[in-house]
Write a protein that binds this ligand. Structure first.
Ligand code: CA
Length: 409
């Protein structure tokens, strides 16, 4: 039972919406269907049939799969809640890279050593990173989700908040069933339609899933993680993973550092950062490597990272800085690397959705365009925060803290 309780504790239900993760697909938030019901859902299933068949789903597959599908009100509730949910990066990392998750990851590395070595050799992706994603997505396969994927996707497509995205995912999921890669009853996953050990959406499965054990099925759902871990390595390789190069590392900035340089969009050769006085927190010299950027995920009073192109590769899994740092840092810890040394500004909480909107409105009123009042802290909002901080003679780190909101008020 301890294993199960641990898995529950390690399950990272829902994303880290503190920054820009609310809507990772970048789709426009609609209002959704407020009158959702099983009756309305059945009508939708009947109506969507022609579209699915036109997209290449055989009629028999559609009818069999959709007969067993149901409207899942919990899925809609979770989807609504996701937009409101906020968590600070340090609260997220406490769970994402807990000592338990590090210890279990080391066990997984040892237990699957042969498989992981073969996957690393074939795809050229460091095995610790693959295992870190496995650890975050499903607590190393122990928490793969139990929501029937077809019902979840059909509910989200019917709900209409992001209909076209989920219609496409549903069609792809039906094709997976049609090709018998998984038994219909075994196609389960998260409430949002992510499946298997490393939580692939059906579209990612279609593009990247691998049949590593050679049994003819690309099976990311079953107990054996071979196909799923190979699929993840393949995914990272296709997005440009560079083996043996870091994702990033914690650095120390000099006291007189120019904070205009702290954004992912400012890229410089490592030698230039060295000249600017950037040093590894753990001592020694900065690694040789391609162009890098400085990232301050919690503003200038928190840890600073020098990030490399592999950071952007992990972003293809999930855009949130917190997620990418968690994957990279967990991988480092699995190699025996140190914990993050600088303290997080734990006195701050995350801004709520309403506060984020208020922040954007106040910035706009002060003449600093935050790119609209949508509650999403993207590059434009961060740039507006920086410009306002500069105008006020504050350190322009772009971090939207409760303290900053208070000052703006
Ligand atoms: Ca297989």
């Amino acid at each position: 039972m301890r294993a199960l309780a641990l898995a529950a504790a390690l399950a990272l239900t829902g994303p880290v919406a503190a920054q820009t993760l609310d809507d990772p697909e970048g789709t426009i938030l609609g209002t959704g269907r407020e009158d959702g019901s099983e009756t309305g859902f059945r009508d939708w299933v009947t109506g969507f049939r022609a579209k699915a068949l036109e997209a290449g789903v055989p009629a028999a597959t559609y009818d069999a799969a959709m007969r067993g599908a149901h409207y899942l009100p919990d899925v809609v509730a979770r989807d609504r809640r996701q937009s409101e949910f906020t968590k600070t990066i340090w609260d997220y990392l406490d769970v994402a890279v807990s000592e338990d998750r590090v210890a279990l990851g080391k066990q997984a590395l040892a237990k699957q050593a042969d498989l992981l070595d073969r996957i690393e050799a074939r795809y050229g992706v460091d095995k610790e990173v693959v295992v870190a994603i496995w650890g975050l997505e499903s607590a190393y396969g122990t928490w793969r989700g139990d929501v029937p994927t077809i019902s979840a996707l059909a509910t989200l497509a019917y709900d209409a908040r992001r209909a076209s995205f989920f219609e496409g995912q549903l069609v792809q999921a039906l094709k997976i069933l049609d090709q018998a890669h998984v038994a219909p009853g075994a196609m389960v996953g998260s409430w949002a339609g992510a499946m298997g050990h490393t939580q692939f959406m059906p579209s990612s499965w279609a593009e990247f899933a691998q049949d590593f054990d050679g049994d003819g099925r690309r099976d990311i759902w079953g107990d054996d993680p071979a196909d799923a871990l190979a699929s993840t390595a393949h995914y990272l390789a296709k997005w440009g993973w560079q083996k043996d190069l870091p994702w990033g590392l914690e650095v120390k900035l000099p006291a007189d550092f120019d904070y205009d340089q702290t954004t992912e969009r400012v890229k410089k050769p490592v030698a230039d950062w060295r000249l600017l006085g950037v040093q590894p927190m753990a001592g020694g010299d900065l690694p040789e490597g391609p162009e890098a950027s400085i990232l301050l995920p919690a503003g200038h009073t928190g840890p600073a990272f020098l990030i490399f192109p592999n950071f952007q590769v992990i972003e293809h899994y999930n855009l949130a800085d917190a997620y990418v740092i968690a994957v990279g840092h967990l991988a480092d810890r699995l190699r025996g690397g140190p914990t993050i040394a600088a303290a997080w500004p734990r006195q701050w909480r995350a801004l709520t959705q309403d506060e984020r909107k208020e922040l954007q409105a106040l910035l706009a009123a002060a003449g600093f365009d935050a790119g609209g009042v949508d509650g999403r802290i993207g590059p434009k909002t961060i740039a507006a925060v920086k410009a306002w901080q500069k105008a006020q003679g504050l350190t322009p780190d772009g971090y939207p803290s409760p303290d900053l909101l208070e000052k703006l008020r």
